[in-house]
Design a protein around this ligand. Structure first.
Ligand code: HEM
Length: 415
């Protein structure tokens, strides 16, 4: 395999990055993953990461094909021992423990997804737009000062409060809620997390799950119009979610939806401020917001990679892979593949090729995609109308170092 891959090189002898160099734990990658990914894309279609034991795909069409293959697996227990998926995504998972929907295979995945998907259709989510707008206004009301941290004071709170409200959670719990979900993401997706960090992540997960158990019990007594009550009511062909399935589901919604949407708002505002003519254009033509958010997703995706496990020996991108191996799809590289996007590095909210791989695809296509879109559209329009002259602040920005994710831990802006 390695020799096949090497043959695809362009003659440049510099070794291609491996392991940590392909994650934001590496400063180079953290600051500009696109430069690193472009370097790979130009030299090879498939990169074997011998350190983390995975094959990395950067070609748009390969990525699309892998994510949409309905036979590939996601359950880490099916991956070969020692591979990325088995070793890191399955870390801490007992052999008899069902993974969350994200890492579950058929038929369990279809069953779970069909029981909750009605709450996430575009039509269902549109009904939440007004509430998302009200949350944005409330969070904006709390901002004061000439210079403020867009992440800490705006992009962080908005998704947490929206999801908490969707789930019908009391406002007093929102801060705990955010702390637990941030910790779960930080540890859960980090292949280099230490045992101590893992322990902290586990504790956060246990606290969150205990909290959800109590909320579910309360909602059984007193159903409302929130998502937990919807899950209790959800029934497909006489089938219902068990309490433990609902707990896992709530947990996944938080973990999958919080940091990602914060990063979309943060990265999106940064792209606009880095291109002031685009900020001015959106101010002038707010009806461009839907296209603008798609372009933000393409240009600087909050999730930079996803993946599958090969369920058979197969050739992808001209290279053979074996059953049980980890196929890692670089969404960030696919979204800037020059074969598909003319001028891929240009941020342009009017471009008509804003289609992207940022929500994955196939069976595991992001369930919260419409919710994330609505939140980001409302957040960015709300921010823009409150602070029409927003500009980068003096204290700068810092990218966070969460593998598989791309976003900032702080981003100072001037009102
Ligand atoms: C900008 C924000 C978001 C991005 C970029 C994002 C991205 C993704 C990606 C890449 C996947 C994996 C898809 C695949 O491998 O094919 C995924 C799955 C998922 N996401 Fe999102 N997500 C976002 C927001 C949300 C929100 C707000 C929620 C829910 C409240 C959510 C819930 C889920 C769930 C439940 C899955 C698993 C779906 C399945 O396995 O069937 N996501 N997301």
């Amino acid at each position: 395999m390695t020799s096949d891959v090497a043959e695809r090189g362009t003659g440049d002898d510099k070794p291609l990055p491996q392991g940590v160099e392909l994650t934001p734990l590496d400063e180079h990658f953290r600051e500009d993953p696109y430069a690193v990914l472009k370097g790979i894309q130009q030299r090879t279609r498939v990169l074997e990461d011998a350190v983390l034991k995975r094959f990395i795909y950067t070609d748009h069409d390969d990525v699309k094909e892998i994510l949409r293959d309905r036979d590939f697996w996601s359950d880490p227990r099916k991956a070969n021992p020692g591979t990325f998926t088995r070793q890191f995504l399955g870390r801490g998972q007992a052999e008899d423990e069902e993974p969350s929907m994200l890492l579950m295979d058929e038929p369990g995945h279809r069953r779970l997804r069909s029981l909750v998907s009605a709450s996430f259709t575009p039509a269902a989510v549109e009904k939440w737009r007004g509430r998302a707008r009200a949350v944005v206004e409330r969070v904006l009301d709390g901002i004061d000062g000439e210079e403020f941290d867009l992440i800490g004071q705006f992009a962080g709170p908005v998704p947490t409060v929206v999801i908490a409200e969707l789930l019908g959670i009391d406002a007093a719990m929102h801060a705990d809620f955010k702390r637990w979900s941030d910790l779960s993401v930080k540890v859960g997706f980090n292949p280099f997390a230490t045992d101590e960090e893992h322990e902290a992540g586990e504790q956060a997960r246990v606290s969150l799950e205990q909290f959800f158990r109590e909320e579910i019990a309360r909602r059984r007594e007193n159903p409302g119009t929130d998502l937990i009550s919807d899950m209790i009511r959800a029934e497909e062909g006489g089938d219902k979610l068990t309490a433990e399935e609902m707990v896992r589901q709530c947990n996944l919604l938080l973990v999958a939806g919080n940091v990602t949407t914060t990063d979309l708002i943060g990265n999106g505002v940064k792209a606009l401020l880095d291109h002031p003519e685009q900020w001015a254009l959106l101010r002038e033509r707010p009806e461009l917001i839907k296209n603008a958010v798609e372009e933000m997703l393409r240009f600087d995706s909050p999730v930079v990679n996803s993946g599958r496990i090969a369920n058979r020996d197969i050739e992808i991108g001209g290279c053979p892979v074996h059953k049980g191996e980890s196929l890692n799809t670089s969404l960030a590289a696919a979204n800037r593949d020059p074969k598909v996007y003319p001028e891929p590095d240009k941020f342009d909210i009017t471009r008509d090729d804003t289609h992207h791989q940022s929500f994955g695809g196939g069976r595991h296509l992001c369930l919260g995609a419409h919710l994330a879109r609505v939140e980001a559209q409302e957040a960015i329009l709300g921010l823009m109308s409150r602070f029409p002259n927003l500009a980068p602040g003096k204290k700068g920005h810092t990218y966070h170092a969460i593998p598989s994710f791309r976003g900032m831990s702080q981003f100072w802006v001037r009102a």
